[in-house]
Design a protein around this ligand. Structure first.
Ligand SMILES: Nc1nc2c(c(=O)[nH]1)N[C@H]1C(S)=C(S)[C@@H](COP(=O)(O)OP(=O)(O)OC[C@H]3O[C@@H](n4cnc5c(N)ncnc54)[C@H](O)[C@@H]3O)O[C@H]1N2
Ligand code: MOO
Length: 419
């Protein structure tokens, strides 16, 4: 069995006494301080590394490039041997090609045929481009001066042997796999994939495909949350749906222990009569009902179920989506061994008008058209169609704001949240 890190503390979501409305940044800082990796380590072949979290710093086994070589097809010579004006050099017999280097030494005052990527033969430190040369009678002619070292690449100029190539905690990208391969790795030390269980609650919820009676709605959150977990690179585990029955919910959570590393539930997060997720977590003594100064997504029930962190997301799909991106994603990242993942936004002119009250942060469903951020016509947190319409959020800070078209607002594309 691979060694796993120690379990998280039961009070890791506890809020300081007296805290009521928690600003988003305070809530994020608390998560950042208290969560740590819960996953074991393993090695995977390089080609299975995409999206995995690097568990150790990766040092270069080999320099890139491993030796000095030519960046172009042309003719190589000793740079010190040519000056300004017309230059004619005798060509030595043979050539240097990528994978088939020139064996001998090129004497000072002679040139050799070289092809892109070929190691520079001994005696060569400068290359003149094919297009700038004329050849004939065993000679090459070109116009000087040519800067010493022109059109060549130094050994290790990209990464030197032994240097840090990739840092632990990175979620490996296609470019990272190229770099790891270039510096000599064929297997990668990664964290085991985080397993995320997703559970929907509520008497009104029915599985898509079943008959929905009046008053019932189809479960929109579960396919959304499962696929978000998949996009983040985790193993998404469907824990199904439970009605508003505390015993059934308890049994379902018990059944998930051991099979998942964290659980996302939706519905029943606030303090109403049927809000069983909060009630159960409260019974275990490990609940923190976070009332976050955030719109949408105010109620967030964070707790531990037999050592497994549970993110009790609000039921409204838009609120569940926002809470997942803003809180659950960076928190799950820490559990999975990534560094803290803050989304990157950029400032754009707005195409809308809005008067915002102070006291909480807001995320508006938005997209960029003709260089300006437009927002969805409604802020209703049950309006699933707006999530699909949007390509990102406009993030409005906690203070009041009067926004007119052309004012600068911060847009965060969904891609920046890992979607
Ligand atoms: N008196 C108060 N009422 C509410 C407050 C409040 O502060 N005081 N907060 C409101 C806010 S904000 C939200 S968000 C919701 C959160 O409620 P819960 O997390 O307890 O969720 P539910 O009541 O179970 O459901 C809310 C809403 O979402 C629909 N839902 C639930 N699950 C799904 C699903 N899987 N797929 C699609 N839709 C789902 C559910 O039918 C409700 O319409 O509370 C407000 N109330
Ligand atoms: O979190 Mo609620 O959806 O803001 O309305």
């Amino acid at each position: 069995m691979p060694l796993k890190p120690p379990p998280l503390r039961n009070d890791c979501f506890a809020l300081p006494p007296g805290v009521d409305w928690t600003p988003v940044d305070t809530a994020l800082t608390m998560l950042q301080r208290r969560l740590a990796p819960v996953v074991a380590r393993e090695h995977v072949p390089l080609d299975a590394g995409l999206g995995r979290v690097l568990a150790e710093d990766l040092l270069a086994y080999r320099s890139n490039p491993p030796e000095a070589n030519t960046a172009v097809d042309g003719y190589g010579f000793a740079g010190g041997s040519v000056g300004a004006g017309d230059v004619v050099l005798p060509l030595v017999e043979g050539r240097s090609a990528a994978g088939a280097p020139f064996a001998g030494r090129v004497p000072e005052g002679s040139a050799v045929r070289v092809l892109t990527g070929a190691a520079l033969p001994e005696g060569v430190d400068t290359v003149v481009l094919d297009e700038d040369c004329a050849t004939g009678d065993g000679q090459v002619a070109f116009r000087g001066p040519v800067k010493r070292g022109a059109n060549t690449r130094k050994a290790g100029e990209d990464v030197a042997e032994g240097a840090l190539a990739l840092s632990a905690g990175r979620v490996l990208t296609p470019a990272d796999l190229a770099l790891a391969a270039a510096v000599g790795h064929s297997a990668l030390p990664v964290f085991s994939r985080l397993r995320i269980g997703v559970l929907s609650t509520g008497d009104e919820i029915v599985e898509p495909g079943n008959r929905a009676a009046p008053g019932q709605i189809f479960d929109a959150n579960r396919p959304m949350l499962l696929s978000m977990a998949t996009r983040f690179g985790y193993e998404a585990i469907d824990l199904g749906h439970v009605r508003d029955n505390r015993d059934v919910l308890r049994a379902r959570l018990d059944g998930a222990v051991g099979a998942v590393d964290a659980i996302l539930t939706s519905g029943g997060a606030s303090a109403g009569d049927e809000d069983h997720v909060s009630a159960l977590l409260r019974d275990t003594g490990a609940l923190a009902e976070w009332r976050i100064a955030l719109k949408p997504g105010r109620p967030l029930a964070l707790g531990m179920w037999q050592g497994v962190p549970v993110f009790g997301l609000p039921g409204n799909p838009v609120a569940a989506f926002v809470c997942t991106l803003v809180f659950a994603r960076p928190a799950m990242g820490l559990l999975a061994g990534t560094g803290w993942q803050a989304p990157v936004g950029f400032d754009v002119p707005s195409a809308f008008t809005k008067r915002k009250k102070p006291g909480r942060r807001e995320y508006l469903r938005a997209r960029i058209r003709e260089g300006r951020a437009e927002v969805f016509a409604s802020e209703g947190s049950g309006r699933v169609s707006g999530l699909s319409w949007a390509e990102g959020f406009v993030e409005l800070d906690d203070g009041a704001r009067d926004i007119a078209p052309g004012d600068i607002v911060r847009f965060i594309p969904f891609g920046s949240f890992g979607l």
